[in-house]
Design a protein around this ligand. Structure first.
Ligand SMILES: O=C(O)c1ccccc1NCC(=O)[C@H](O)[C@H](O)COP(=O)(O)O
Length: 208
C-alpha cells in the first residue's frame, strides 16, 4: 500500500503547488499564531481554493482552540479535516460539534504514551515537544521509531516529527507507519517550503 504523505505548514502558492505536483495526500494549514508557519483563515482561503480536484485534502491545525476560532476558520474555508492539539475529549467534542473529520496529535516519549483508544478519526504520532518549545508540533524532533513496533493502533495514524527526505524511508520501515507528516524537513528556513525537498520527501516516503 502506498505510504500517504501530509505536507504541513503551507503558507503560499509555491509550497502548495509543490505539494500538489509531488502527489501529497494532505496539506496542512497552521492556525497557531506562535508558529513560523502560521496563516490566518483569510490567507489560507485562496490556497485551499487553488487545490485541484483529486489533489491533496486540506487539513487545519489548531492548538487548544476555542469553538469561535474553529467556527471562524470553517466559515471561511472548506477544510477536509482538522488536526487538534488538545485533550482527546476536546478533540472528540470538536469532531461532534462541527461535524468535521478530526485527528488528534499525540506526543510520544515512551511506549506508554501510545494511545490505546481513539474517539476521533485518526492520530498523529509525533515526538514530545522539547523543553522550552514555543509550540507543540513542527519542532523537527525525531523519536525512537521502534516504539510503535507491535503497537495495535486504535485508529489510522500518521508518523510525524523530524522527518526528512533522508530519513523517512527508514522511519517508515522501522515504525510500520503507512502515513507520514512533515513540516521542518521540507523547508530551507522556518516556514519557507522547498519544492525540491517536498518532491524528494514524497519520493523517498514511497520508495520501496
Ligand atoms: O508546524 C508547526 O509550526 C506547528 C505549530 C503548532 C502545532 C503544530 C504544528 N505542526 C504540526 C504538524 O503536523 C507538523 O507537521 C508535525 O508536528 C511535524 O513537524 P516537523 O517535525 O517540523 O516535521
Amino acid at each position: 500500500m502506498t505510504v500517504k504523505v501530509k505536507i504541513c505548514g503551507i503558507r503560499d502558492e509555491v509550497g502548495l503547488d509543490a505539494a500538489c505536483a509531488a502527489g501529497a495526500d494532505w496539506v496542512g494549514f497552521v492556525f497557531f499564531s506562535r508558529s513560523p508557519r502560521h496563516v490566518t483563515a483569510l490567507q489560507a482561503a485562496p490556497l485551499v481554493r487553488r487545490l485541484p480536484p483529486g489533489g491533496p485534502r486540506a487539513i487545519g491545525l489548531f492548538v487548544r482552540p476555542t469553538d469561535d476560532e474553529i467556527r471562524h476558520v470553517l466559515d471561511t474555508i472548506a477544510l477536509d479535516g482538522v488536526q487538534i492539539y488538545d485533550t482527546p475529549a476536546r478533540a472528540a467534542a470538536i469532531r461532534a460539534r462541527f461535524g468535521v473529520p478530526a485527528w488528534l496529535a499525540a506526543g510520544i516519549a515512551t511506549r506508554a504514551d501510545l494511545p490505546q483508544s481513539c474517539t476521533v478519526d485518526g492520530l498523529v504520532i509525533e515526538s514530545r515537544p522539547p523543553a522550552g518549545a514555543q509550540r507543540p508540533g513542527g519542532n523537527a524532533q525525531v523519536f525512537d521509531w521502534s516504539l510503535t513496533e507491535g503497537w495495535q493502533a486504535p485508529a489510522p495514524w500518521m508518523l510525524a516529527g523530524g522527518l526528512r527526505p533522508d530519513n523517512v524511508c527508514e522511519a517508515v520501515a522501522r515504525s510500520g507507519a503507512r502515513a507520514v507528516d512533515v513540516s521542518s524537513g521540507v523547508e530551507t528556513a522556518p516556514g519557507i517550503k522547498s519544492p525540491a525537498l517536498i518532491r524528494e520527501f514524497v519520493r523517498a516516503a514511497r520508495s520501496p
